[in-house]
Design a protein around this ligand. Structure first.
Ligand SMILES: *Cc1c(COP(=O)(O)O)cnc(C)c1O
Length: 430
């Protein structure tokens, strides 16, 4: 597969190069020059396959002969070694598509674990790779677990001290071995700034074999296409024809993957781009003006992003397929409405969490009588236990994935947001 840089289309790379580089020149995103198309009868066959077999087929359409099929099969099996999507009915025409049954209880496990497999494929020559990434919560855990004990890979995760939940922190700061976590005495923005500086430091890049694992990496995106096909295959045939999917959006990677699935031929009727009050995209879709505000903290914190990285890919998909941006559903939801919606969902017999609740609200408000709706469940409610317990007067039981680490000591280092300190640490300490 050839990809080009959306900002600088003369820059063309292979799939493996794109995974290694992350971003192209001028921070441009890579995107496949041609997207594979699945014919109708072939689609029928594929929908009858099991999740893993079908996922290998889908990914091989992109990766081609860059990775041998037998190897790719092994990587997909290693990456998706946990329960795939599950469809849980909530009303007569709305279900939650739960994507959080992986080791870190968030949908990010699909992308992070596949990326880990591809990087270890690239890294057969025993060079040390350093994965440096900043997290506001869920990415850190997914990346840490995906690379835990991987050969020749060390992972350094920066996070804002005191600004992520205790359970989120326990999930990736208690692992040790090749996973190093640094609590930065500053904000998430300052963590991200340190990572950017590191990537601009050529000496550091060479000496440590620096790579990033953030969500703009094409391997994470491609892995996510697979669960849209599975969700479609799992729902009843009558509902397939009028399927609307509402997605809780932050960096818009999840929506991008859904749109790629549709452009390959998966007949999803429409999507709803759901956000919290960090609503750059809903305002853009309404007014045509791109005007990011300062980021505001909400209870759906993984969506607290006002400059969504993946938006150029969404526009590219609309442009290429001659779809109209007008057909993309959208909306934003305040914290108060999110809280009420969590209560409404509880009355329907479904305990959810703030991100999925945002997606449910907009779906419920916008769905037409003849449509069938899925809202994506991106994280397990226990990850947001404090807030969910408080709103719903519940006492959510911690699944084993969270209970175990919550008893282990934190192994994090503490650091001021000082690039020279970080550089010294990366070169000499870990
Ligand atoms: C990362 C995340 C999102 C946002 O997904 P994007 O692909 O960045 O739009 C939504 N919900 C949860 C729980 C997340 O961790």
């Amino acid at each position: 597969m050839k990809l080009y840089n959306l900002k600088y289309r003369n820059e063309k790379v292979s799939f493996l190069q794109a995974v290694k580089m992350g971003l192209g020149k001028r921070q441009g995103l890579f995107f496949p020059i041609n997207l594979p198309l699945i014919k109708e009868n072939r689609l029928k066959e594929m929908l009858e396959m099991d999740f893993l077999t079908r996922s290998v087929k889908i990914l091989s359409m992109f990766i081609g002969d860059e990775i041998k099929l037998t190897e790719l099969e092994k990587y997909v099996r290693n990456a998706f070694s946990f329960p795939g999507p599950m469809i849980i009915p909530v009303t007569n025409n709305i279900s939650c598509c739960e994507l959080f049954h992986g080791p870190t209880l968030a949908f990010k496990d699909f992308g992070a674990r596949f990326m880990a497999q591809i990087l270890s494929h690239l890294n057969k020559k025993n060079n040390i790779t350093t994965i440096l990434t900043a997290t506001s919560g869920d990415t850190g855990a997914a990346v840490a677990h995906a690379f835990y004990k991987a050969k020749n890979v060390r992972v350094i995760i920066l996070y804002p001290h005191g600004k992520i939940s205790k359970l989120q922190e326990a999930l990736f700061c208690t692992l040790g071995k090749n996973i190093t976590t640094i609590a930065i005495q500053g904000s998430f923005d300052e963590c991200q700034e340190l990572v950017k500086k590191a990537f601009h430091d050529n000496q550091l890049k060479k000496a440590t074999g620096l790579n990033s694992a953030n969500s703009i990496n094409i391997s994470r995106l491609l892995a996510q296409i697979c669960y849209y096909f599975e969700a479609y295959a799992l729902i009843n045939r009558n509902n397939q024809k009028k399927l609307v999917i509402s997605i809780p959006c932050g960096n818009f990677g999840n929506l991008t993957a859904g749109l790629i699935a549709k452009s390959m031929g998966l007949p999803i009727k429409s999507f709803i781009a759901s956000t919290n009050i960090n609503d750059t995209v809903p305002r853009f879709l309404k007014t045509g003006k791109w005007e990011p505000n300062n980021c505001v903290s909400t209870i759906s914190n993984a969506m607290d992003i006002s400059r969504p990285n993946n938006w150029p890919r969404v526009e590219e998909l609309f442009f290429r397929n001659k779809w109209k941006l007008n057909d993309l559903g959208f909306g934003s939801v305040s914290d108060d409405v999110t809280k009420n919606t969590l209560c409404e969902l509880k009355q329907l017999g479904y305990i959810s969490e703030p991100h999925a609740a945002v997606a449910y609200r907009l779906l419920k408000d916008q769905i037409q009588p003849d449509e069938y709706g899925l809202f994506l469940g991106t994280a397990h409610s226990a990850k947001f236990k404090n807030i969910v317990d408080d709103i719903l007067q519940e006492n959510i039981k911690l699944p084993i994935e969270l209970e175990k680490p919550s008893k282990f000591p934190l192994l994090s280092y503490y650091m001021k947001p000082d690039f020279n300190k970080l550089k010294e640490f990366l070169l000499f300490k870990s």
